[in-house]
Design a protein. Structure first.
Length: 227
């Protein structure tokens, strides 16, 4: 049964607030970017039902099947495989239901013998030249460069700026990742996703993550501007 029938007062107020957020002067995002951010925060906050509800609208508003899959794949490194997997199943069921043939065309651009080098290069592009050698600081740092950045950030289907934005959203929605969120806020700024843009992302995602995590994200953006 639809929420408008079971909980009409809540549905009316929540819908009003969503429209207020979407059309707030100075906080608007293009539809595609807005939906990409919302999908990422729904994964980060483990909101499976809301994610399933949002998928058809995201696809209608410019998010392609490839982009959708890339958002879900990248989540594995930020929420973990166990928490990403249900969203992959939801995504596949939705795409198949819309007549999309699976698997989609591959987007990998690295091989096993160059993923570390190329991952470290992308880390350096986002966070600074010092990251070219950061993988030598320990095995987790090496995995971060080769797996997180070498396996995922190097993939086609999303730009590096889009990948940094969805990473920011994964971290913002989880809570408890404020050191990483501040670092990725700075990383976003380094590649062109400036403070104004990030505040718009937080604003548009607020109805889906709540005020505490949105306010924490705003503070992380503020701290990143001081670095």
């Amino acid at each position: 049964m639809k929420m408008k029938e079971t909980d009409p007062e809540f549905a009316e107020r929540f819908t009003y607030f969503l429209n207020e957020v979407i059309y707030e002067e100075g906080q608007k995002l293009d539809k595609k970017t807005r939906y990409m951010g919302i999908l990422a925060v729904l994964i980060g906050s483990q909101a499976g039902e809301a994610f399933e509800e949002m998928l058809p609208e995201a696809l209608k508003n410019g998010v392609t099947p490839v982009e959708l899959k890339e958002i879900v794949y990248q989540a594995a490194d930020y929420v973990g495989y166990g928490r990403m997997l249900p969203f992959l199943h939801i995504t596949n069921e939705t795409l198949l239901g819309q007549g999309v043939s699976l698997p989609l065309e591959g987007q990998a651009s690295t091989a096993y013998d160059d993923r570390l080098e190329k991952g470290a290069q992308i880390q350096a592009e986002i966070f600074g030249e010092q990251m070219k050698e950061a993988w030598k600081n320990g095995h987790i740092n090496r995995w971060l460069a080769s797996n997180c950045f070498g396996d995922y950030y190097t993939r086609t289907g999303l730009t590096i700026a889009q990948r940094e934005m969805i990473t920011f959203c994964f971290l913002m929605a989880q809570g408890g990742c404020e050191p990483q969120l501040t670092a990725h806020a700075k990383g976003n700024m380094n590649i062109g996703n400036d403070e104004v843009f990030l505040i718009k992302v937080v604003s548009q995602c607020l109805p889906y993550i709540g005020y505490p995590r949105a306010l924490n994200a705003m503070e992380c953006i503020n701290q990143a501007t001081k670095r």
